[in-house]
Design a binder for this molecule. Sequence first.
Ligand code: IMP
Ligand code: MG
Length: 182
Amino acid sequence: MRGDLERVLFDEPAIHRRLDDIAAQISNDYRERELTVIAVLHGSLMFVADLLRRIPLPLKLECLSVASYHGKTQTTGEVIFKQITLPDIVGRDVLILDDILDSGHTLAAIREALEMAKPQSIRVCVLLSKKKQRAREVETDYIGFEIEDEFVVGYGLDFRERYRNLPYIGVLRRELLDQPDK
Ligand code: IMP
Ligand code: MG
């Protein structure tokens, strides 16, 4: 799999060091409150598992699953929720965790849907944020790393459901993006 990458952006120690910082910030910001973490699957799996183990606070964990890519590398703009009911978050302090902020469609739609469920507060934490003009602006409270507008995989992030198990994050070789799916 390493051969499919153009270059590695963040190796395991770099990711873990950054998680230490973000976890410390979150733990400090929420020390008087009980968090409800909403993990956006599947991309945030590794991130959520490693981050939450660094937060020594009482919290609840809920998962959401959405689709917006349909196997392509460009978002269609349509965000489909894969569950019928959203978690009960009335009066709760919600922290949304996602792998990457790209066009903004996904997180904007999730935030909008969760705001209708009357939480006390909502914050957004992403591991990666692409530096680019977004289709929809999304307010983020915690960002792991800012990256250029390139397609990245690993540490939960996929291309056609593959590469999620790489322990590091890297840029996928461009020519692989255009090949037909196997
Ligand atoms: P957005 O709706 O365009 O902001 O895209 C968000 C979702 O698209 C993320 O949660 C990822 O699942 C996926 N995505 C966006 N950019 C990348 C990338 O570079 N690599 C892998 N997945 C990506
Ligand atoms: Mg994906």
